[in-house]
Design a protein around this ligand. Structure first.
Ligand code: G3P
Ligand code: MG
Length: 321
């Protein structure tokens, strides 16, 4: 018998047992200080399921995550889909640039087998499918509007900038058409052009400014774009830099933090939260350290429950032989 997240949907409420802690409703000051959930599952739960697939969202939910991040890109015929790389080589059984394939062609690709044979047949979802899945699962959702250049720190060419504007426009139109809930969906991007579009089209949705290296003038950019947070790569920042950023009062989030001790250390430097491929491991550790996992969640006080100590499968690969 094999069991995969592709078919598993029950949350682990039984394993959560008696650990529930009731927390007071957040004050306005706390909402400002902690605008996003403390632990955000990176591309779903990338460590235990194929990234950016519906199965990865189910896996994140199954291990107790409350919020996931995914990446949005456009197909050749302008359909917003959930995928990270500019090419499909790493995460599917096809090869080439995603933007050279139509949605009909993307639908034929296997986006699960690269991770584990049990996920064969998993697809690249379109934004609409992903949004419906996350809302049905009760997950908060961070949509990252992808930048065009492979180098996130590079200044985009005019053509790349226009592609980012087009993607952001379609993403915002899709969220409007689907009547997405701004309490449950928030946006982020390395692309300043994309954030400008989001600011204009969806001013009531939270936005975050993403960077690799922390650039000079980052705080001015955050404030000009009306972003609720500044999200950076923790590997590119020193303790001094993080603490200096924290002193500005801008809420800080770091990606991608998979070591629980590192997550706790970064939080002690002034971070408001982290992105992780293993949100269950990080949530359990921070909860054990006494942090209030629910302090910024729109899902209510019940969020401050630890994920289960044991994962609901035999090892990291979600498969029971
Ligand atoms: O949003 C955090 C993180 O996803 C940004 O980097 O390259 O994993 O999309 P990347
Ligand atoms: Mg991302």
């Amino acid at each position: 018998m094999s069991l995969s997240f592709a078919t598993m949907s029950a949350p682990l409420s039984m394993a959560m047992g008696p650990f529930h802690r009731t927390m007071p409703v957040m004050s306005a000051a706390e909402t400002f200080k902690y605008p996003l959930p403390m632990v955000i599952g990176h591309r779903g739960a990338k460590q235990i399921a194929p990234e950016n697939t519906i199965a990865s969202m189910r896996a994140a939910k199954a291990v107790g995550a409350t919020c996931v991040e995914v990446d949005v890109m456009l197909t050749k015929d302008g359909v917003p889909v959930i995928h990270h790389d500019n090419t499909v080589d790493r995460c599917t059984n096809a090869q080439g640039r995603l933007s050279d394939f139509t949605w009909a062609e993307v639908c034929q690709m296997d986006a699960g087998s690269h991770f584990c044979p049990d996920f064969e047949g998993e697809r690249i979802p379109k934004l609409e499918q992903l949004l419906h899945a996350c809302m049905a699962l009760g997950l908060e959702l961070n949509l990252e509007i992808k930048h065009s250049n492979d180098d996130a720190s590079a200044v985009p060419s005019e053509e790349e900038r226009q592609r980012e504007v087009d993607l952001a426009t379609v993403t915002c139109q899709t969220l409007l058409a689907l009547d997405a809930n701004p309490e449950r969906v928030f946006l982020s991007s390395f692309s300043i052009a994309a954030l400008e579009v989001a600011q204009q089209m969806l001013p009531h949705f939270k936005r975050s400014y993403l960077v690799e290296d922390i650039p000079a003038g980052w705080e001015e950019t955050v404030r000009r774009l009306g972003c609720v947070s500044f999200n950076f790569n923790w590997k590119k920042a020193s303790r001094e830099q993080v603490e200096a950023c924290a002193r500005t009062g801008v809420p800080l989030y770091a990606y991608t933090v998979n070591d629980p001790a590192r997550a706790q250390e970064l939080m002690s430097w002034g971070l408001a939260g982290v992105f992780s491929d293993c949100p269950h491991t990080i949530r359990r550790h921070l909860w054990s350290a006494g942090l209030n996992l629910a302090r910024s969640s729109k899902l209510g006080p019940a969020v401050n429950q630890p994920p289960p100590a044991a994962l609901p499968f035999n090892g990291l690969i979600p498969m029971v032989a």
